[in-house]
Design a protein around this ligand. Sequence first.
Ligand code: AMP
Length: 299
Amino acid sequence: MSVLIVGSTALDSIKTPQAENPRLLGGSASHAAVAASFFGPVRLVGIVGGDFPARYLNLYRRHNIDLEGLQIAPGKTFHWSGEYEVNMNNRRTLATELGVFETFRPRLPESYRDSPFVLLANIAPSLQSHVLDQMRRPKFVVADTMDLWLNIALADLLKLLRRVDAFVLNESEARQLTQEDNLVRAAKKIHRLGPKHVIVKKGEHGALLSSGGRLFLSPAFPLHRVVDPTGAGDSFAGGLMGWLAAARGPVEANLRRAMVYGSAVASFCCEGFGLTATARASRGAVEKRFKALQLLTRF
Ligand code: AMP
């Protein structure tokens, strides 16, 4: 089954203590779409400007990502730049140039409206809601977010949360949203805002799922070297949704496994700048990491 992914499609300029790379393919939807594409067909909804390199469009196409929902508008592609500290868990945004994103209204092609699985990757929550308004009874909707929207669009985010099945956010965002330091209690509070399933991402420490009154922990794949973690959270959500859409049986029963697939895909993202390492990985390589994660947690 197809996964519909909406989010940012960006050019990222990234600086780490080791290297600096300008204008890489980035954006929440790009990372999530390539991650989901290991498992099945993906439909992408986003916007780029006339300056968006053809080689990036070709990268999407090579991953069988349907681009009917990608608007190409006159103007500049959304550009984000960030810098990592020596401890790669700490990142600073240097600049955000909205470009064509400023006037973006996601418009779903008719053929996308019945997509059963919908991933609302990080963009303004009002735009995430606008996508849902155009859908015909999706089977499973997951939303991601970022601290910016908690700060400037909280009311829109709360409205959106009433309409999604699962909410993915990182631990600092969970604490900020709930004013609760303890993540177990924070997850409980988030359930009360709407989502049946709450997934809290904890970077190199994996992710916590709270669902059906139970908790589950997925580890992150232990890497010898992290080159650039930008987009790891988006890759996690994309891998999770891609695998869920391809799996048989009820979503509830598959969520734990989907999280481990999400972790496996996200680990590739961290091994190269932008999407370089993810784009080079294969379904077989993802499967190997999934099995390694199973072994790592068996006792
Ligand atoms: P993550 O590392 O998971 O936080 O995601 C990083 C990605 O988010 C980058 O590829 C950026 O292009 C994208 N991004 C940064 N700021 C924003 C924003 N305000 N809205 C949407 N996407 C953004």
